[in-house]
Design a binder for this molecule. Structure first.
Ligand code: CTP
Ligand code: CA
Length: 225
């Protein structure tokens, strides 16, 4: 629609965004988690909303505020995140930014596990968590545009491209999260966009700027027949 103001390119569209870490309980006081501030995912939810989309944000435990104008669902575990994402389908757009814990404790304890004097700690038996991006990418109700992130510390392009294919995504936003880049927990990001037709690197910018540029990238593609 040529009369549609540029600022509301996504009006009438729905989007699901995941953000933050998941916490996988060991017992009532301990958990396993990935590092994630939620800054990039929350900024993307806010940016899609600014372009007019109706956004559901499914967030793990973070210290930052819920973005204005977005429906935010708070979860802790990967299985809860998966359930909330599936409950939000159908949608036009899915952007999975969360740093989902790859494993959970096979049977978490109902009571706090106590140290035993002189005894070795009990080993933790882990089991794999559901892959939410892969589930959405291969879902019968698959969103028109499915976007994943790939946090890598090496072979960014190769690993990102493998994820694009394995998970059935249209786009992988890959970034190098080696500690020396300072990306994890920081406010800036350098990303590489990987699609089946190629790849492009965006210059380093603010996570908010990455979010707005990505929201425009998405808006341009979700419109096309
Ligand atoms: N992802 C997900 N559910 C999982 C694991 C990952 O939805 N259980 C999503 C992330 O939100 C991200 C993408 O998949 O969009 C890639 O996550 P990443 O951790 O980089 O990929 P993995 O497949 O878990 O591979 P690995 O950690 O071994 O590199
Ligand atoms: Ca992972």
């Amino acid at each position: 629609d040529l009369l549609q103001p540029q600022s509301l390119m996504l009006s009438g569209k729905t989007a699901i965004v995941t953000s933050g870490p998941t916490h996988e309980p060991i017992d009532p006081v301990r958990y396993i988690a990935n590092r994630s501030s939620g800054r990039q995912g929350h900024a993307i939810a806010a940016a899609l909303s600014r372009l007019g989309a109706k956004v559901t944000l499914v967030s793990g435990p973070v210290t930052i505020a819920d973005p204005a104008g977005v429906t935010t669902i708070h979860i802790e575990r990967a299985e809860e995140m998966r359930d909330a994402v599936l409950a939000a389908l159908p949608a036009d757009i899915a952007v999975m930014v969360a740093a989902v814990a790859d494993w959970r404790v096979a049977s978490s304890a109902d009571q706090k596990i106590k140290k035993q004097a002189g005894a070795a700690p009990a080993p933790l038996e882990l089991t794999e968590n559901p892959d939410i991006l892969k589930t959405v990418g291969h879902h019968p109700n698959r969103p028109r545009l499915v976007v994943g992130f790939a946090a890598e510390t090496q072979n960014v392009e190769e690993n990102g491209r493998a994820k694009l294919e394995r998970k059935g995504a249209d786009l992988i936003v890959a970034n190098d999260v080696s500690p020396e880049t300072g990306i994890m927990g920081g406010s800036r990001n350098t990303v590489r966009l990987i699609t089946t037709s190629g790849s492009e690197v965006w210059p380093e910018m603010d996570k908010d700027a990455v979010a707005m540029k990505l929201a425009h990238w998405i808006a341009e593609r979700v419109e096309k027949p």
